[in-house]
Design a protein around this ligand. Structure first.
Ligand code: ATP
Ligand code: MG
Length: 234
């Protein structure tokens, strides 16, 4: 891996992966000329009250199918192999230990998720652990992002200036990703509705084959797999 290699990381629950995730990855890859994008499903997302509905096995299999055949796209089971909550800071540290510098890592994240960054484990140090590529998400306003993340304007870098920057920064990528969420996919699957316009055909087929998400999401947090309840206050 040369020092100029740029690696994108896209973390998420991926319960399941959908067209919005894929569009966000593509938009970030195109904007920053990323040579690789690694999709990293989380084991125990720190900010979610409920455990993922689908097992780790199914979530990773769906990502494999959705990303197969795209050059440079890979799935990483790094967070699934680690005990405890899936903190992004720990994931970034693992990539540093692999030999990547913070300037080579591009943490891809939707604007809705990035708006919560001040509540993350090891904030604000986490912002120095890699570049952050914030991709717009339909229905989420950039005003809200600027209100919630103090000091954001001072940390923003234009895509063209990334190569010359001596410090990791925040890059805003304005892209029309499809208005899809995993919540909507789960809801449609529970009703037996078509998933054709929400997920790639391979993922729709997998959900159908394994009858995933068929029971409606329970109103109270009833874990459906063996993940422990997630601690809050990360
Ligand atoms: P859920 O409805 O279960 O919260 P989700 O659709 O938000 O699922 P996540 O796995 O929570 O998916 O998201 C992983 C990452 O992908 C987050 O950074 C999120 O902001 C981003 N993302 C998800 N959907 C989109 C989209 N349509 N456009 C841009 N970014 C997205
Ligand atoms: Mg989400």
């Amino acid at each position: 891996m040369t020092t100029r290699t740029r690696v994108g990381l896209l973390g998420g629950t991926f319960d399941p992966i959908h067209n919005g995730h894929l569009a966000a990855a593509r938009a970030a890859q195109d904007a920053l000329a990323l040579s690789q994008v690694r999709f990293i499903p989380s084991a125990r997302p720190p900010h979610r009250p409920d455990s993922p509905r689908a097992s780790e096995y199914h979530r990773i299999e769906m990502i494999r199918r959705a990303t197969a055949g795209v050059a440079g796209w890979e799935v990483s089971d790094l967070e699934l192999r680690r005990d405890g909550p899936s903190y992004s800071f720990d994931t970034l540290t693992a990539f540093h230990q692999e030999g990547l510098t913070p300037l080579q890592i591009f943490f891809i994240i939707g604007a809705d998720a990035f708006a919560e960054i001040t509540s993350w484990h090891r904030y604000p140090e986490v912002l120095s652990a890699s570049h952050f590529v914030v991709v717009t998400r339909p229905g989420f306003s950039l005003d809200t992002l600027f209100e919630r993340v103090p000091g954001l304007p001072g940390r923003l870098i234009a895509t063209a200036d990334v190569a010359a920057s001596a410090r990791p920064g925040i890059v805003l990528v304005e892209s029309r990703t499809p208005d899809v969420s995993s919540t909507e996919v789960r809801r449609r699957a529970a009703s037996g509705d078509s998933l054709a316009d929400l997920v790639p055909p391979e993922v729709a087929g997998y959900i159908e084959q394994h009858q995933l998400y068929r029971a409606p999401t329970p109103p109270s947090a009833a874990p459906q797999n063996d993940s422990p309840t997630v601690p809050s206050g990360s």
